[in-house]
Design a protein around this ligand. Structure first.
Ligand code: CTP
Length: 487
């Protein structure tokens, strides 16, 4: 199979490619691949041969009003301009990706200062890291001979965000348990700045109860995570969850944490429903379901990060209101319907709530008592309003209406039926059958999800990922769809 060495392209072309790659949030290699594919398919003017791609790149650049040649870094998106990132590199095979990450952060205008653990230095050298970060690389907790020694407190004080990549089992364990016996762990425990970890480890280490425990502790302590992803590991014959997130995914997470990411949804009003509903039987009893609200809340947060004005109508849940979102708390399906309809008009609505299909016809005003000899009370149930269907067929229907469907059988047929019946544009379908491996108890209340996006155009299958990742991807899809809907 042929391969392209970007290094061998002439500088002018390389700069243009770098510019296009950054604009599209792709690596240069991916950008080259996309363009070659497009050229071969004849989508880029007359270019149908590899040797015409240089010309095509030039044409594309001039069509965008970019002066060619473009000096590297000069017209990069500088969204991280002025931001200071303290980057801790842990000791793992994924440390090689740290070099690319430094380059991408600097391209976006960030100042990157690096701390390396001694294990990290077994994988990459301080020399290459220093060259890319254009700064001294910090490795020792106490180094009186080092003229650059600024001390761990200053290192964290002089940063806006700490990023740990790869976050190894050991680094996670140290921070989760409050250890501080080298520069990296001391800086992490001494900081009051946000911390982002990109774990990378062997799948068995990631799955170990100790690592699970440490991750849960760190999350509770407010540490943000990106990845790990599922896939092939560097060790041969090893696959599973544990691969470090790609540098561009880490950059996106950094931008989200620093709130400097692109805001394609600014000015858009979006309603999200989330959580279960509680249908009262009497003042102390109710009918409920196991929805945790995690997926709906994550979607609301992801939409807000892209700049949308988000109104989250939430049933009773045990999780916090997402930051940057207006949350309206309701209990019953009818209250949820009223709240949603009062929020219309909107640009989009996403119905994630697990709304109870039925409620008791009349809930008792007083607690129902056991009466000897009378047996259990008879509960007469009536159907609840279908909130999604109501909005899907409303005179003020938002331009984009998205529903969810949790199915245990005939996933696609049921999702397509819901699409039509409820007047939705998209149905996000979860396979919650036991065979799916995720299962109802896995999705409901769990942190992971595997979904398919069903629309009139067909079905798109997404791999299993965290609910936060599903949310980020769905928010990006919504932004893409709303681009074509003019209000
Ligand atoms: N939904 C809603 N109001 C209801 C019931 C469901 O808004 N009363 C929305 C959910 O938020 C979800 C979608 O409809 O987006 C599908 O919900 P689901 O419970 O799977 O659909 P049902 O119509 O209840 O069908 P089923 O018979 O499969 O339970």
């Amino acid at each position: 199979m042929a391969s392209i060495t970007i290094r061998n392209l002439d500088n002018e072309v390389k700069d243009l490619l770098r510019q296009l790659a950054a604009e599209n949030d792709r690596s240069m290699e991916e950008q080259a691949r996309v363009m070659i594919r497009a050229a071969v398919e004849g989508q880029l003017g007359s270019a149908g041969r590899i040797d015409q791609i240089e010309q095509t790149l030039r044409e594309l650049a001039s069509a965008r009003g970019l002066a060619a040649p473009v000096t590297a870094g000069k017209i990069m998106p500088r969204g991280l301009s002025g931001k200071r990132i303290l980057f801790i590199i842990g000791g793992g095979i994924a440390a090689y990706k740290a070099l690319d990450l430094i380059r991408r952060l600097r391209e976006r205008g960030a100042a990157v200062r690096v701390v390396m653990t001694s294990a990290a230095q077994e994988f990459v050298t301080t020399l290459s890291v220093g060259a890319l970060s254009a700064d001294h690389v910090f490795t020792e907790l106490f180094d009186r001979n080092d003229e650059h020694d600024v001390g761990h407190i200053r290192l964290s004080r002089e940063a806006d965000l700490l990023v740990v990549a790869p976050a190894t089992t050991d680094l996670m364990a140290k921070l989760a348990n409050g250890h501080a016996n080298d520069l990296a762990s001391t800086v992490l425990i001494a900081t009051d700045k946000p911390v982002l970890m990109a774990p990378a480890m062997n799948p068995r280490m990631w799955a170990h109860p100790a690592t699970r425990r440490n991750r849960a502790t760190l999350q509770k302590d407010g540490i943000a995570f990106v990845g790990p992803a599922r896939g092939e590991m560097a060790e041969s014959n090893e696959a599973g969850e544990g691969r470090m997130a790609e540098p561009l995914e880490i950059v996106a997470a950094i931008e989200a944490l620093l709130d400097v990411g692109p805001k394609p949804l600014s000015g858009r009003k979006i309603i999200v429903t989330s959580g279960p509903t509680h249908e009262p039987i009497d003042p102390v009893r109710y009918i409920a379901n196991r929805s945790s609200g995690k997926q709906g809340h994550a979607i609301a947060a992801a939409l807000a990060r892209l700049g949308a004005d988000v109104y989250l109508v939430s049933g009773p849940v045990g999780i916090a209101d997402p930051a940057g979102v207006q949350t309206i708390h309701v209990e019953r399906a009818q209250e949820m319907r009223d709240a949603v309809e009062q929020l219309l008009p909107a640009d989009a609505a996403v119905f994630v709530a697990a709304v109870a299909d039925w409620r008791t016809e009349n809930s008792a005003d007083e607690k129902i008592k056991k009466v000897a000899g009378e047996g259990p009370p008879m509960l007469r149930m009536v159907e609840n309003p279908d909130i999604l269907a109501g909005v899907g067929h409303h005179s003020q229907r938002p331009g984009l209406v998205i529903g969810f469907a949790a199915e245990t059988q005939d996933l696609l047929r049921n999702a397509e039926a819901k699409l039509r019946k409820k007047g939705a544009d998209l149905i996000v379908a979860n396979d919650v059958s036991q065979e799916s491996g995720v299962g109802p108890s896995g999705v409901m209340g769990g942190d992971r999800n595997r979904v398919r996006i069903v629309s009139k155009a067909g079905v798109e299958e997404w791999p299993e990922m965290s609910k936060d990742e599903v949310a980020a991807r769905l928010a990006a899809l919504i932004a893409e769809r709303l681009k074509t809907i003019v209000v």
